[in-house]
Design a protein around this ligand. Sequence first.
Ligand code: IVH
Length: 694
Amino acid sequence: MTTPAAVIMDAAAYAQAVEDAVKASAAYYAGGTSSLDDDAYDRLVRGIAAWEAEHPDQVLPDSPTGKVAGGAVEGDVPHTVAMLSLDNVFSPEEFTAWTASLARRVGHEVERFSVEPKLDGLAVAARYAGGRLRQLITRGDGTAGEDVSHAIGTIEGLPDELGEPVTVEVRGEVLMTTAQFEHANEVRTAHGGQPFANPRGAAAGTLRAKERAYTVPMTFFGYGLLPLPGTETALAARLGESAHSNLMAQAAGLGVNTTAATAVPGITADTAEQVLARVQEIAGLRAALPFGIDGVVIKADLAADQQTAGSGSRAPRWAIAYKLPAAEKITRLLEVEWNVGRTGIIAPRAVLEPVQIDGSTITYATLHNPADITRRDLRLGDHVMVYRAGDVIPRVEAPVAHLRTGDEQPIAFPEACPRCGSGIDTREQRWRCENGRNCHLVAALSYAAGRDQLDIEGLGHTRVVQLVDAGLVADLADLFTLTREQLLGLERIGETSTDNLLAALATAKSRPLSRVLCALGVRGTGRSMSRRIARHFATMDAIRAADAETMQQVDGIGTEKAPSIVAEIADLAPLIDKLAAAGVNLTEPGATPSTPAGSGADPAATAEPVGGPLAGMTVVVTGAMTGALEQLSRNQMNEAIECAGGRSSSSVSKKTTLVVAGEGAGSKRAKAETLGIRLATPDEFAVLIADFID
Ligand code: IVH
């Protein structure tokens, strides 16, 4: 579907359109919020181009059609070869027309296309000399960019050293994955900063920031490899002759991250139909990707075809971006709801005038917290930019101030908990009901009973509601003192269900400490962090005795998280006492408590226990498990790995020691192969960890 170009009637409207486009583009490339969403921007530029085609003598020098896009950020490092932008198509028809015009230029049908996702980040050039990363430069205005070498070492996928001591320039996109974006916002807000609006803005801001008190990781995907002045002649010649697909294989071989390691690897296609089929596939996978894409890039694969087609001043003629629907749209903020979560956090949620973003209708979006609403000066009735990409929950970015009419109304903040009427603890940025996790007890208990926590079969949401409504359960510990008579007194529960539930509760009492900790829902800790804490301290008593400094010895807990975890555990003391009194296990099997740091003990003795067949190994599980491992959830697999002394991880990197690849394993297996990481089948792995699975 193509949205029509903006209609421009006269020279004044044309000049205004150019000004609007320049402003929007400058905001976009600086990582700020533009007053145009992507679709509106594309429409405007197409309108500008249409007017210019009719009035070629009146084209303004600033026009976004005539210059390399993204010229807002001035830099001082010249590019050896211009970093070009891409022209866009928006429909199969436009794409087919492009292939036809390309065939005319080249003199024959293009021999082969390469098709890869258009990553939604920022273009950078990474210069390697003798295999070492020496300089990192943004695209800037395409002819010169800003030196951002200070970011070297913070970008995953861009190694400090290549697999061979070559002198080359790797070009590609720096972005934040969804997880990196969420982490960056956590760290940033913990430092009193404003959350980033979206992953692209976060990557832009982070890449250019020089002296921050903290560093947050980003990710690089290479899509170009070219010689530099110092490149050995034979290598320069080889690069110049290589097909794009081959360059990507060479880049991956040197240790650079490429899309090959993702669920949407670059592929080659022989015909336009095959390309269009792949575009559809990528569009279908987009929502589940762990990073944002805004289109698909199609390139003539062969160097000879590229050379014959040539390049314009703004974009090559041998490549095109097939744009997917925008991830950002402008709509109106109708209302703000305040919802209480399972830990008592009171979170604002925006009710929006329904808007279509990438095929879904968005009616709700998250707002961060009250302070953020105030900082952004959001008002009811405002036009707001809404962002949704990948599996990111839709979020409201910012009001579009110049669309204000004056009728907008202030947003009222709750004075009492909207759920139970208790007071609100407003000391932190995220407000919390003073009744804490007891406020939304049903949510807290349903979570605790879940498969990855205490795994209490028969205790679904409806049953939890029944127990709470009947006044039988006022906190997690009450579950473990329920009697047969009490349960039989409830409606719709027979003798068998009662006995089954009592048996499931008895089993739940003996789950490892890591599960209990997770069930408690300590803020800032999920399943894997709960396991790390439990294995580190071995007993709940040791956890309770830990101060912030001791808590920081746990892998992955830094200076920000440690004090809040310690405070949460202290708040939970009465509940933990009650759980202990009810006979719930509060120890971690197989773990021994670490000696506190600073006790003068041998530092090696303060480390976590390192025994087990997977000691020192980082293991990634991918694909479907079969045989003895078939019944294990991913969480259970990770538990088994950690019990066997290993570390579980969800992504393959140079640090990975072993990849367990089951049926249907795709990109992670491919990446392991590229990096030469050991692979195991589920059966082989089952033998290795036989002692650690139930
Ligand atoms: S190729 C000469 N490939 O899209 C060809 N660009 O809108 C130039 N981008 O500046 C780029 N994914 O920042 C290429 N797979 C990909 C890409 C990609 C994202 C970005 C890049 C470029 C912009 C153009």
